[in-house]
Design a protein around this ligand. Sequence first.
Ligand SMILES: Cc1ncc(COP(=O)(O)O)c(C=O)c1O
Length: 427
Amino acid sequence: MENIKNEGCLFDEKLSEDIKDRFYHVDYDPVHKTERIFFDNAGGALRLKTANDKFKEIDELPDCPEHSNKTAKWLFEIQEKAIEDLKIIYNVKSGSFLTSLTASMVMFDMVGSIIENVPGSNVVTTALEHPSSFDAVTSYAKKYGKEIRIAEANPVTGGIDTEEISKLVDENTCVLSVINASNISGSVIDIESVVKEARKIKPDLYIVCDAVQHMPHNAVDLKKTPVDAMNFAPYKFFGPRGFGIGYMSERASKLPHNKLIAKPVDEWELGSPAAAHFAAVTEIVDYVCWIGSKFATSSDRRELYVEGMKRINLHERALMHRMLNGSDKIEGLRDIKGVKVHLDYDDLSTRDLIMAIEFDNIDFTKAVEEYETEGIIVFERVISSLYSERMLKSLKIDGAVRVSPLHCHTVEDIDKFLIATKKIASK
Ligand SMILES: Cc1ncc(COP(=O)(O)O)c(C=O)c1O
């Protein structure tokens, strides 16, 4: 048990091969016609073939899902099915969903409605938020004259401790906004304890959660973490770009918001989103359930989904373990001379598969270039970037080369990365 907690569990070879085959361009850049390993999945994940094929197939149809011809009705059913699948993803029975072009747009809509309508003289957020939630909260707080309180990160774990948040919450807090997992450190915040402790202080506190980073790495469960708003981005979760999805709890869904006047009070959709995007959501859920079905027998879609995400998480943990510790033949990141692994600690069960590393001999930008020369795509997070500065300062690091593989990768991919890392470090 202790082994699994820290070492995870790889898919068997056959399943790993099948999984790789279900994704586009895992080992190859079709634009430049070169082999490559894509380890920048926190920026936009490798695409599931069925999700993107289905998107294209559905989007070719001109029919309007709200009209009455047969194909239009069929498209409407696709949307309805996807809403049921979103309920599976979030584990909710009630509430509303909203969509927009990006997860950031969804976040601004959700936060705006809460801050405009929920009483309270302060808002609480964290230093690790992506600018989409941080700026949404701070902009609306400034507009409505509310004090802004910011919980600092734990520079050892790369996360946010529950107490750092709860000490800022009081009976006058309008909203608490907290990220589910950091997109720099991979550290997963204990949302269950954050919600529990914060609502001990203010039982009806509105809580918003950005799950964009975490959603592709493990199942969320709003029965355990009953937040009022949570968003994610299908393009970081194996699907197409151009869609952001948010959930609003029953009470949050009824707060005043932009809507067509004739629509019900809890309706958030404005206009007609593409049925193709909804179809892709169902393909993603089908895929995760397919993995789940390799390990569990159940007719319950949520159970299969949870099992699938659990197995994805365990495989990614095993890749993380390999990346950090290497093998008899290849040194891991923890042992390669000239490489520092930031925000590294023993318990891998509280981390999504993201590594933040630094080289002694070259800066972050140069390191990313060197990796590309070696056929590996990674990304740098540097303090001069508006997307990273606040988080990096709170984490007390100047920057990092962010390495973010996906569960469709294998130990062989990790080993190639480690060999390239050693070569770069010894230049
Ligand atoms: C944690 C996190 N939240 C929110 C976003 C914003 O997503 P989008 O680009 O869809 O607006 C990102 C994108 O990088 C992210 O990593």
